[in-house]
Design a protein around this ligand. Sequence first.
Ligand code: ZN
Length: 322
Amino acid sequence: MVTITPPTDAASPQRDGAQAPRPDDGPQVILSFDVEEHHRIEAAAGLTIDPALRAHYAERMDVSTRWLLDRLGESGIRATFFIVGDIALSNPDLVRAIHRAGHEVGSHGWDHRRVHHFTPETFRDDVRRSKDALEQVMGEAVLGYRAPTFSVVRQTAWALDVLAESGLLYDSSIYPVRHDRYGVAEAPRAPFVARGPGREILELPPATWRVVNQNVPAGGGGYFRLLPLAVMRRAIAQIGRECRPAVAMLYFHPWEFDPEQERLPLPALRRWRTYVGVSRTRARLAALLGEGRFVRAVDVARGLSGERAALPRFALSPDAPS
Ligand SMILES: [Zn+2]
């Protein structure tokens, strides 16, 4: 395990008083990366992307994911990569490189469509197609799933039944926050058993910071780029103190570490939301890699399988049997 790296970030703990968690007394921290070509992000839905730009994003996804593999390898850290299934066909070498480096490969759907677009039947096909394609390329079972844009919400509670029936060990798609496009604000902040209308599955929710009776989405993505790193650090430390099991699930995208990629032709506000802070993420990640007890999501899920009866249970569906 590496020692603590002095923060290279503008928002250092010295500046604003937050303490970096010590590796030996903090919670278990999961670094997860959602791997998709940049034009598949929700902010770009409805845009026409020309073939040259698509090819550029496919190439940049490869470059930035391999950059991440190098950084994780240098630090001896194993992470979880939720990968769009289609990439198993378009870039099988990248999937194999992730798997060979000891990281977990999970599913991020077939082509990054949100769960709202599916019926239970077509969602089952989407999950199976993605899982099968990734498994064939790496030769190992896919046990984890993350829905594009955290789209397992109240209206799509049936998705939990499908995931439980698809041979998955855990899901990481319910963000316990209030947000216009996703989130279930009342869901537990620590790992829990998520109940759909008929089945249940272990849920590893992204990290939040509880402040003034609200959950601040501090687990990654735009919040990682926009807010000071101190917010993520505070969330991790608070999870260590207050959540049982103490697990902090962080999430990132390879494109967020790629300041050299071409920008999508987005309207001004969406453009700002998408690219704010991209120039500082590499330094932030370098600081974070020295600060936690990192584990893969699948290892946390396996560790919790014996204690499942003791975990909180949360009914996402009003029809869940009691
Ligand atoms: Zn995604």
